[in-house]
Design a protein around this ligand. Structure first.
Ligand code: GUN
Length: 297
């Protein structure tokens, strides 16, 4: 048997299209476009690529992008000052401070300074708390993207066994909350879990977010399981090549022999993150303007 390949890239393209249409409707009613402010401190090459991609995606989805690129030696006070200004700026609906920040800046203090109603990353403790008690707020983009792929593939998740491998604040924990809200039976496994392969083998749904290249093997999976691979790991280059291959946390080829459906890396979960970020920003714009958030956004 060969698993269905879950095409996150195509799904994300449709999501961005839909969000773009909602952004256009918002602009007609509110007389301004939804606006996302993205803040980058320093010159980390990967972060520069992400920030550039977020800005372009905003423009393509009929939204305003405000980029703030600050030098690596920016003080925490100056960054907090910018965040406070963006909180007060009526043209800004969403604020994203690209992580990681330089070591000299306390990341948690910066996230805490963002207005929770503009925190489209869903990283503020208020939004983590809202998610955990079932209030509407903002949910981190990557787990929400995983959830969209899962419900599109499986429909109702009630009663399913879900195993989330990884317990980060950004992916593992919110992922588990979302699955629980969808009435799945949820296990969070991690590096200290005993008999990890046996735990994963129980799962109808596996979400892998550990950052260990190809850790999850074919014999860890139940027949027909749906596998969502959040990992993006670069292997060391093969001889004669400049760059190593990008792989997930799941050994894709062999897992495909057992799984019912699986996301590839790249082209699976990755493209969903920006799509959800745009979606969260348009939701923030509707709320910010005191308008009802449209159905299906
Ligand atoms: N760095 C890597 N991914 C993300 C993300 O989703 N949000 C922020 N703020 N920083 C990141």
């Amino acid at each position: 048997m060969s698993a269905t390949r879950i095409d996150g890239k195509a799904f994300a393209a449709r999501l961005r299209e839909r969000v773009g249409a909602h952004a256009l409707n918002f602009a007609k009613v509110a007389d301004r476009k939804p606006g996302l402010a993205v803040v980058l401190v320093g010159e980390d090459p990967a972060s520069q690529v992400y920030v550039g991609a977020k800005g372009k995606a905003c423009l393509a989805a009929n939204m305003e992008s405000f980029e703030h690129r600050l030098p690596a030696d920016t003080s925490e006070a100056a960054l907090l000052d910018l965040v406070h200004r963006l909180n007060r700026d009526e043209t800004v609906d969403g604020i994203l401070v690209q992580l990681p920040l330089p070591d000299s800046i306390d990341e948690q203090a910066v996230i805490a300074a963002i207005d929770p109603d503009k925190d489209v990353d869903g990283f503020h403790v208020i939004n983590a708390g809202r998610l955990s008690v079932g209030q509407s707020g903002f949910v981190p983009c990557t787990p929400m993207g995983c959830m969209m792929l899962l419900t599109d593939r499986l429909g109702d998740l009630s009663g399913m066994e879900a195993v989330v491998v990884g317990r980060s604040n950004i992916v593992g924990k919110p992922m588990a909350q979302l699955l629980l809200d969808a009435n799945a039976t949820v296990t969070i496994a991690h590096s200290r879990t005993r008999d990890l392969a046996d735990v994963v083998r129980r799962a109808d749904i596996v979400v892998a977010a550990v950052g260990r290249p190809e850790m999850i093997r074919k014999d860890w999976l139940k027949d027909g399981a749906t596998v969502i691979d959040v990992g993006i790991n670069r292997l060391p280059p093969e001889p004669g090549r400049e760059k190593g291959r990008l792989v997930g946390d799941v050994a894709f080829d062999e897992a495909s022999e057992v799984a019912g459906a699986i996301t590839p890396v790249p082209g699976g979960v990755g493209p969903m993150t920006i799509g959800v970020l745009l979606r969260n920003t348009v939701v923030a714009a509707y709320r910010h303007a005191g308008l009802e958030v449209p159905e299906g956004l």
